[in-house]
Design a protein around this ligand. Sequence first.
Ligand SMILES: Cc1ncc(COP(=O)(O)O)c(C=O)c1O
Length: 326
Amino acid sequence: MKDKRTYNSVLEAVGNTPLVRLNKITNGIESEIFAKLEFLNPMGSIKDRIAKYMIEKAEKEGRIKEGQLIIENSSGNTALGLALVAIQKGYKVKVVVRDSLSKEKLDQLRALDVEIHKVDHTLPPESPDSYNNITPHIVAQTPGCFFPDQHNNRDNNETHYYTTGPEIWEQMDGRIDYFVAGMGTGGTMGGVSRFLKEKDPHIKIIGIDPAGSIFYDYFHTGKLEKEGKSLIEGLGDEFLIGCVDFSNIDDMYRVTDKEAFHHARLLVRKEGIMAGGSSGAALFGVLKLARSLDKPARIVTIFPDSASRYLSTIFNDKWMQSKGLL
Ligand SMILES: Cc1ncc(COP(=O)(O)O)c(C=O)c1O
């Protein structure tokens, strides 16, 4: 029944997202730019894929049982994906989020009955109460819970090696010159880049990192510089986490909040593609790349989530002004 897109459960509708060619924003650019619309997953982001894969793998290996509480730290999207899996399979979800998370994501998490633990986003990364440090502590104090640990669990990368990568290869008929993607946990980049390089080692891979995150400097200098904060939800980190894999990355670009959000707004207004801030970052990267090339290329990127999650922030002039971004 799959060819009719008729499924036995909403979980089966995860993945197999459309790939579309950008054709308005690319005026004057000879390269072809394609974007995978991951916000068309059931919960509205690419993270539905890893939530489903990580939990189903844990089920197969007997690491999780029905009724268990799943605890995860997330910039919202993984938590929403886990809520979907939990509802379908009979688990509960508690999520650790930064208190800077968009209102839309918080409202959606509440609607899905997810327990929310907010942490102060201004805390320094080394604080025991920071976003990264507090979650293992909460997990240790919650007997019988299951911690997928999307930042360090390589099942995250495996998800994209087995699903997103092959879908892109097939949708592009194996003709790809560049793959460009933002990095948060690094799972998307890790899995897709490995798959594509195995298929065709000539494909060049470019990672996008927000100003304030450590990945860009680490890639270029091998040093872990202390950085600042970015407002792009889902991208970058303050630590070198376990799912980040630089082995197939050829280059990395840095993007500021202003560049990313400006490009997210352009995407909505010029293409009618309702994608969020990390998609704007990806668009900034593909346009920078396309403008630097001396011959046309086929470039693929990922738009991870929806503009509807950021109507009160990126798409709100007052908020943008308050952050000095307009
Ligand atoms: C909106 C958004 N974009 C991009 C990413 C990055 O994807 P990955 O974690 O696979 O690197 C995330 C991850 O949380 C995200 O939420």
